[in-house]
Design a protein around this ligand. Structure first.
Ligand code: 6PG
Length: 622
């Protein structure tokens, strides 16, 4: 529904919004995200469409401030869009004329939702000092787009000069894939240090400047920014090392490639995400992006701008001349190499800062970030604390949160730590609890994951019983198929439109020594199931034999997949699974969140137990 309110006031708009919400039954707007879109007339329609697409997954109140004609009398033309193609969001368009065009903040304030996080987005030219501007000052995050402005390099200099935590830029979001691929390449052995780098792109390509800044800051090496012809976008990145360069080269037609010494050249997808995908990615986080900040403020000023063009530099062998040749035969599979026993982490030169940067960017490549704790109990405490902040933020933004717990020893330990947290019933009454898998044994059986969670303190959480979704119980194999169908229906009831399972904010997964997750075991057909949200499992290698499990698509639809692993017996499984993707021998290499994949490890599972023991001995010996 679209309602036009010419020459109106914010009071009238507020009243109309409330009336419309009752009439069209729009979602309760309490505690959703408020997206403040600030633009001029010429970008307004496109930007509204982008914002509408970006908030499909995260219903929001979208307040669009259009600075219309400043000449003439002050006037506010309003338009409200609810239901229909506004999805579950509400869109309020405020066209400001005359003097009012410069007072957007005072116009928009009465329309802000109480206790709803505000994210501001400037699709076009933003204020010079974004965080200090009246609209920027009211936002928790501020999204600009240097690449959409007339002078991108000037914009980046202003962003760096006035940077405040919460600032980010879509030119940075667009290069997530580039950063992930480069970091994943650096994360593979041999861990030769990078000696210098070069980024080739058309003049004024803001994203390329930010890649250069990221490399300069993360690797602390000389980085050159080389210009290619106008209109070529980002062309290539070269990381120089003693054993030969790592070359990531984008090809307009055909294959983009990643070439590095001692490995077969790989074809890679280097598609640049569209504006809605970039905006959606930024709306999934409310915390400050430190890696962006460091790349913009510390790295970018260190980058050398080469006057010589890309063609001359390529002839001199300083940058790639084009995409590398792809091998016609397959090299050893990634998992085979991974299982050949990579160098244990302690033998890798301790370039801590580089490792942190690589971990941060490898997260975008899907391998995930590692968070290491000393032992299983401190690991459970860290996970529980992160769970509280993540789920409470999710309730604040969406009004609801869904979490899938894991079974196994770490599942119970984490529940025990969670039950010790001081939880607000007002928030946790909106949290829904599920399990990633369940043993198919009678209700109350000590072997059931939900029973182990209850024994560990589940009922001390202020979560209504109706929000605790145990998987069906039973005992015989001939009941299992029907039980799986029943669980699938329950999952589907809480699923967003078109999905088979809830939009999990977090899926917790333990990992077995064989790299199984949930009840998805190596080389089993259930791992490849794509048409169902959950599956029955018989003759499970891990007792008891009968189980129900979420499928990979159901797990990977989660925003965050957190693998919680303790014990030296898991170290090899963790290492091998992180080094590859979608390997049938390694189910843990199939799971990744849409926004985050986190490996919560104790020191032993991280393979650092020996190193820690060595350091402790050394310390004792000094
Ligand atoms: C189960 C679990 C299973 C478990 C791993 C790790 O039902 O058994 O869901 O996937 O998480 O086997 O178990 P531990 O944490 O006990 O090693």
């Amino acid at each position: 529904m679209i309602v036009d309110l010419p020459s109106t006031t914010t009071t009238d708009i507020s009243k109309r919004l409330i009336a419309l919400r009752h009439s069209v039954g729009a979602m309760a707007m309490g505690r959703v995200l408020t997206l403040l879109l600030v633009t001029d007339e010429e970008l307004a329609d496109t930007a509204i469409e982008v914002a509408n697409d970006a908030t499909r997954q995260h219903p929001a109140r979208i307040l669009v401030l259009v600075r219309a004609n400043r000449r003439g009398a002050s006037r506010l033309d309003g338009q409200i869009r609810v239901g229909g193609d506004a999805g579950a969001s509400e869109i309020v368009i405020l066209r400001l004329f005359g003097e009012m065009a410069d007072h957007g903040a005072s116009v928009v304030t009465p329309l802000l939702l109480p206790d709803s996080p505000i994210v501001a987005w400037w699709p076009g030219e933003p204020p010079a000092d974004v965080a200090a501007s009246p609209l920027g000052a009211m936002a928790r995050r501020r999204i600009t787009d240097a690449g959409a402005c007339a002078k991108p390099a000037t914009q980046l200099r202003r962003r760096a000069k006035h940077y405040e935590p919460g600032d980010t830029d879509l030119s940075w979001t667009r290069i997530t894939r580039w950063r992930g691929l480069l970091a994943a390449a650096l994360d593979e052995p041999p861990h030769e240090p990078v000696t210098s780098a070069a980024v080739v792109a058309e003049p004024g390509e803001a994203s390329a400047d930010l890649i250069a800044g990221w490399l300069a800051q993360a690797l602390d090496v000389p980085v050159q920014r080389v210009n290619s012809a106008q209109g070529t976008g980002i062309v290539s990145v070269r990381l120089d090392r003693a054993d030969g360069p790592i070359d990531l080269v984008r090809a307009d037609e055909g294959l983009s490639t990643l070439a590095q010494p001692g490995r077969p050249t790989r074809e890679v997808a280097l598609s640049i995400p569209n504006a809605a995908e970039c905006l959606a990615a930024e709306l999934r986080r409310l915390d400050a992006d430190e890696v962006y900040a460091a790349s913009l403020t510390d790295g970018l000023p260190e980058v050398t701008r080469r006057t010589v063009g890309a063609a001359k530099a390529a002839r001199a062998g300083e940058v790639p001349a084009g995409p590398a040749e792809l091998p016609d035969s397959d090299g050893p599979s990634m998992s085979a190499r991974a299982l050949q026993g990579r160098k244990p982490r302690e033998e890798v030169p301790s370039q801590t800062r580089l490792q942190e940067q690589v971990d941060a960017a490898v997260a975008e490549a899907g391998a995930g970030t590692v968070r290491e704790s000393a032992d299983p109990d401190s690991l459970a405490g860290a996970v529980a604390a992160a769970l509280v902040s993540t789920l409470e933020a999710a309730v604040a933004v969406r009004g609801v949160a869904h979490v899938a717990l894991t079974g196994g020893s770490m599942g119970a330990r984490t529940m025990g730590a969670l039950a010790e947290q001081d939880l607000s019933s007002e928030v946790w009454s909106q949290v829904h609890i599920w399990w990633g898998d369940e043993r198919f044994v009678p209700e109350g059986d000590a072997d059931r994951n939900d029973q182990q969670a209850r024994d560990a303190g589940l009922e001390r959480l202020p979560v209504p019983a109706a929000n605790v979704h145990s998987a069906p119980a039973g005992s015989s194999e001939d009941e299992l198929g029907e039980a799986a169908a029943r669980w699938a229906s329950e999952l589907a009831i809480h699923a967003p439109e078109g999905a088979r399972s809830p939009q999990f904010d977090v899926v917790l997964l333990g990992v077995g020594p064989d790299a199984h997750v949930a009840s998805l075991f190596p080389d089993r057909p259930e791992l490849h199931e794509t048409d169902r949200g959950c599956v029955p499992v018989t003759d499970s290698p891990k007792p008891p034999p009968l189980r129900l499990s979420l499928t990979v698509p159901a797990i990977n639809a989660a925003e965050r997949v957190w693998l919680v692993v303790a014990g030296a017996d898991k170290a090899e499984a963790v290492r091998a699974a992180r080094a590859t993707r979608d390997d049938p021998h390694l189910p843990a290499s199939w799971v990744r969140g849409t926004a985050e994949t986190m490996w919560w490890l104790d020191r032993a599972a991280a393979g650092n137990e020996q190193a820690a023991a060595g350091n402790d001995q050394a310390a004792a010996g000094n």
